[in-house]
Each structure stands twice: as structure tokens, then as C-alpha cells.
Design a protein around this ligand. Structure first.
Ligand SMILES: C[S@@+](CC[C@H](N)C(=O)[O-])C[C@H]1O[C@@H](n2cnc3c(N)ncnc32)[C@H](O)[C@@H]1O
Length: 320
């Protein structure tokens, strides 16, 4: 049996007997005006963060959702696209497809704006998405890609890139590890399926995104996820897992490398009104400007510029 078959077996089990709190870090998922989430669907919240960022979803996007689970995020995405087939949910596990379909039928009874046809559940998997090249605006996955071995993660990311339109977005939420997870845990297929032992470090995770070809990555959230203790996991020191919410853009990688935004800002502290680095960054004295980590590192060595810490919840925002 391969680790992917072990994962499929595990998700077949938890489709038939929901495991409340399997992956999630918050009992109350994202609430939206006029959205009612059926209890059965909420019990199958197997995501470790959220991939539903309203600001990314204003233009009624076509969303491809990989690994439907109980259908909770598919429903939340349908809230924004609101049309038949607006959300295509790809799922290889038959029992999970059935559970999601059941939960979405319940959701239609509780939400007058929603029809089950708004989410089209399709057979398939992350390595072979059943849609043409450049056909969707958004690809989303929550707490699935961390299960994959690194080579398979590369394949899944390349497949996401293939189906996204130019400028399209990959919305992800996954556990990451605060130090490399020891081999004896990485080899444990059931723990991997439970999203507890496949996690990469932050650096490895973001490097995979850039290597796959995403030119811009924005970190929307980073929070504690689970603690692997010494006794239960055979560790010499406890190992903290975090969950990371990110948005990656299908845009060309700039010549000097991809832009990764983690919430840093640059503030000019010198005596002029503005600072201009002649490379596209114009800073008004005393006013923070959002910068990617690459630019932050370049500006930090110039003097008269203060770089603030990563907030880990960058949303592109400024005040004007
Ligand atoms: C941890 S659950 C997350 C479910 C959902 N994203 C959520 O947030 O509740 C992982 C989901 O991915 C599905 N899955 C497992 N292997 C997969 C694969 N190779 N490709 C696509 N989906 C897969 C599982 O059956 C399950 O529905």
C-alpha cells in the first residue's frame, strides 16, 4: 500500500464517521452574512486554517477546490461565485464525495441563495485535475498538500499552475513545522494522513511554491496548530506545528527572484521628503510602505530605512 492509498483509506473512514477537530484549529469556521453551515458539515471541518479570503473573490471567480472534505469551504466559495459549476470540487475518495454531496444538499435547505449545482463534485486527484489548461481563476486546497511527499507536492503545485489563468490565485492552508520533522514520523503514513507528520518548514514550503513557478506569494495567516510532544511522538524536544494560510499568484517570477510578502513594511527615516531607490520603491518620510521580504532585505542595508517585522497576516492593505 502506498502512502497515498493509506491517506485515501483514512479519509474514507472519516467521511463515514466524522472526527470532530481532526485538523481544525478553530471550532467556528468563517461566518458570512446569510450563510448557514449545517452541523454535519461543520463536524467535518478538516481544514487547518481558511482559504476563503473575500477580497480574492469579488469577481465571481471559477474556483477549483482540491480535496472537498465535508464541503464546508466549497460552500463558502459558492457564496461568492453563486452559479452552477462556479465551484468545481475534485475528490478521489468515493465516501467523501458522497458525504460532501449529502452535506451540500442539507446546505441548500438552510440557505435560500444556494443550490447544490453551484458545487460540481468531480472524480480526480491533485496530480491530474479534470479541467483544461488556464481555465480557472482560483485553485484552493486546505490541509491536503502537506500530506504529500515533496516530489508529489511539486507535481500538485505544477498541476495547479497549469489550470490557473494568467494572474490566477492558489489559495492554500497547510501545517508547517518549526523544525524539520524527524524521519521516523515522516515515514508514519497514518500520522501523515492526519496532517501531523508531512509538514515542511516555512522555508521549504515557500521554496516549493517559487520553484513551481509562482512569482508572488502572500502570507495571510500563521498561527500555532499542534504540539507534537516527546512521549507520544518519540521526540527529544517538543515540536510545534503551525498552520500557514497563503495566496500565490500565477505571475512571472521577477529577474531578481519571487516576491514573498509576510507583512513587513519599510519606513524612510531620513531628512528628505521622499526616498526613491530608482527600482520602483518610493517611500514618503515616516509613512510605512508594504514591501516583500526580498525588497526589505535590499532596503535594510541602505541606511535611514527602518524595516518592521513580519506580521504574518499580509493582505495587500495600506491606508491610502
Ligand atoms: C484534510 S482533508 C481536508 C478537507 C477539506 N479541504 C476541509 O478543509 O475540510 C483532505 C481531503 O483531501 C482528499 N484527498 C486525499 N487524497 C487526495 C488527492 N490525492 N487528491 C485530492 N484530494 C485528496 C481527502 O479525501 C479529503 O477530502
Amino acid at each position: 500500500m502506498t502512502y497515498l492509498e493509506t491517506a485515501a483509506e483514512f479519509y474514507s473512514e472519516v467521511a463515514q464517521t466524522p472526527q470532530v477537530g481532526l485538523c481544525c484549529v478553530q471550532s467556528s469556521p468563517l461566518q458570512l452574512p446569510g450563510l448557514k453551515i449545517p452541523c454535519q458539515m461543520q463536524e467535518m471541518n478538516y481544514g487547518c486554517g481558511t482559504t476563503v479570503h473575500p477580497a480574492e473573490l469579488v469577481a465571481e471567480p471559477t474556483v477549483l477546490y482540491v480535496g472537498v472534505g465535508g464541503g464546508l469551504e466549497a460552500l463558502q466559495f459558492a457564496y461568492f461565485s453563486r452559479r452552477p459549476g462556479g465551484v468545481i470540487a475534485v475528490e478521489p475518495v468515493a465516501a467523501m464525495q458522497e458525504a460532501a454531496a449529502r452535506n451540500l444538499t442539507l446546505a441548500a435547505k438552510e440557505n435560500s441563495w444556494f443550490e447544490p449545482s453551484f458545487v460540481e463534485i468531480r472524480q480526480g486527484d491533485a496530480f491530474s485535475l479534470p479541467v483544461p489548461d488556464q481555465s480557472v481563476d482560483v485553485v484552493a486546497q486546505n490541509c491536503l498538500f502537506n500530506i504529500f511527499e515533496p516530489a508529489d507536492l511539486t507535481k500538485a503545485l505544477q498541476e495547479a499552475l497549469r489550470v490557473l489563468k494568467p494572474g490566477g490565485r492558489l489559495l492554500m492552508s497547510d501545517p508547517i513545522a518549526t523544525r524539520p520533522i524527524p524521519e521516523h514520523l515522516r515515514q508514519d503514513e497514518r500520522l501523515r494522513a492526519m496532517c501531523l507528520s508531512g509538514a515542511l518548514t516555512y522555508e521549504e514550503y515557500t521554496q516549493h511554491l517559487v520553484d513551481a513557478g509562482f512569482g508572488q506569494v502572500e502570507i495571510r495567516g500563521r498561527r500555532p496548530y499542534r504540539l507534537l510532544d516527546c512521549q507520544s511522538y518519540g521526540l527529544e524536544a517538543p515540536l510545534l506545528l503551525e498552520s500557514l494560510d497563503s495566496v500565490s499568484f500565477k505571475v512571472p517570477i521577477p529577474e531578481d527572484g519571487a516576491c514573498i510578502f509576510t507583512g513587513k513594511t519599510a519606513i524612510y527615516t531620513g531628512m528628505e521628503e521622499v526616498f526613491d531607490d530608482s527600482a520602483g520603491h518610493v517611500l514618503q518620510r515616516g509613512v510605512p510602505a508594504a514591501v516583500c521580504d526580498k525588497t526589505a532585505a535590499k532596503l535594510a542595508v541602505l541606511g535611514d530605512i527602518l524595516i518592521t517585522d513580519s506580521t504574518w497576516h499580509y493582505d495587500g492593505g495600506g491606508c491610502c
